[in-house]
Design a binder for this molecule. Structure first.
Ligand code: ZN
Length: 414
């Protein structure tokens, strides 16, 4: 740093003296021009002599100014070399390693997790290595496995087998309640049922796309067999069953068109998404998303990487806050007159159960508030008492005719 200070003061000195010298030269030239003008007017000198005197003087001045600026340029070069010596080569890799304050490490960790989450393994590995981050190898392994399975259904061959195999084993493990010691609790049941629901839907979607492929390849008999063996048993909800019906309709329609190309059997105006390449791609993308969601849920990974959540939250919240601040700065009187928020919009951190008249507990307490799919809220104890005996967790909402599955009830945190 000392060297840079010295060099920069030298540059400053040179620059000042160069400026002063240049001004001096110009003044001298102006004086000479004036004197030659006087001599000409008095007639003591002729025009060619005066012009040649001036020319010689201008040339000499030019050389003098040039020399002073050369000295300045040399000083600037020395300064830039000194700066480069200090901040140059050492800055690249080691500078990152040197950043070891807590916040920086936390931020780097978030960036690495984001990259693993998005499947940029090599970049993430390089970041971890160069910054000597300690990234959980188990977590990394889970991301690697997730993306390698996702790749099998994303790649042009669309191989669904590995994901289906994973799905089967996940269903088995979840059914056996292998994971949670909390398996017996209501919350455990809800989580498990939700997980099973998602896994079964994923299986259905993958088999569905496999069946569409068989149909498009022209093997109608295999497609019909496939529907019978795999799709119908998996169609648990009205929505899934409707998809099976539509697919069967497509198959029947295709078979009435003789042995021609199956694609030709579908008019472009068909409402079914799987009959156009774009629609089919969208279905594959949706199935891949569902797989990623199931995987993250199964292994407790966040569905969206934390950094992404922060960025999204900032993206939505910051403009509103800035606008609010701007308004408050410009029109403070308006904010003084604003009425307070209506009661129904303010956040209530407590609930008295309308069924049991008990106070719901906050945080991880034993009797939390539970929201049913119809959006009615009752306490956990009331929910338990309303469960139909002999069913796998169904109940009727005490306030409306909705039939609810326990897996669709959500715990509300106060
Ligand atoms: Zn209800």
């Amino acid at each position: 740093m000392r060297e840079i200070q010295d060099e920069s003061s030298r540059v400053l000195e040179k620059s000042n003296s160069a400026a002063a010298d240049t001004v001096g030269e110009i003044d001298a030239l102006l004086g000479l021009i004036e004197s030659q003008k006087d001599l000409l007017l008095r007639g003591t000198v002729d025009v060619p002599t005066a012009l040649s005197t001036l020319q010689t003087a201008v040339k000499a001045s030019e050389e003098a100014v040039h020399a002073t600026h050369k000295g300045l340029a040399a000083a600037v070069l020395t300064l830039s070399q000194a700066v480069e010596r200090i901040s140059g080569p050492e800055r690249s890799d080691d500078a990152l390693t040197a950043l070891d304050s807590g916040e920086t490490r936390a931020l780097l960790h978030l960036v690495a997790q984001q990259l693993y989450h998005e499947g940029y393994m090599e970049i993430a590995d390089t970041l971890v290595e160069r910054t000597s981050l300690s990234f959980d190898s188990f977590l990394r392994g889970q991301y690697v496995a997730m993306h390698s399975l996702a790749h099998s259904i994303r790649s042009p061959t669309r191989d669904v087998t590995p994901v289906l195999q994973w799905c089967d084993s996940a269903v088995q493990e979840t059914t056996a309640g292998a994971s949670p010691p909390s398996g017996a609790s209501l919350e455990g049941t809800i989580l498990r049922e939700g997980m099973l629901d998602a896994l079964r839907t994923l299986k259905f979607r993958l088999h569905f796309l496999q069946c569409v492929r068989l149909m498009m390849e022209g093997s109608r008999d295999s497609a019909v067999q496939y529907v019978r063996n795999f799709l119908t048993p998996l169609a648990r909800t009205k929505e899934l069953y409707r998809d099976v019906q539509r697919l069967t309709t497509s198959l029947v329609y295709a078979s009435t068109q003789g042995s021609g190309e199956v694609e030709a059997a579908f008019p472009c105006t068909t409402p079914y998404p799987w009959t156009s390449p774009d629609g089919l791609d969208a279905l594959w993308a949706a199935a891949t998303d569902l797989f990623l969601e199931c995987w993250c849920r199964r292994y407790g990974l966040p569905r969206r990487a934390p950094l992404q959540v922060c960025v999204d939250a900032g993206y939505h919240v910051l403009p509103a806050l800035r606008k609010y601040n701007e308004l408050r700065r410009r029109t403070p009187e308006m904010f003084l007159q604003l009425p307070s928020m209506p009661l129904e919009l303010t956040y209530q951190s407590w609930l008295t159960c309308p069924v049991t008249q008990q106070q719901a507990t906050e945080g991880d307490g034993p009797n939390p508030a539970m929201m049913l799919p119809c959006a009615h809220v009752i306490s956990h104890n009331a929910l338990r008492s309303l469960l139909r005996p002999g069913t796998r967790g169904t109940l009727k909402c005490p306030y409306c005719p909705t039939e609810c599955e326990i897996s669709n009830c959500i715990k509300l945190y106060a």
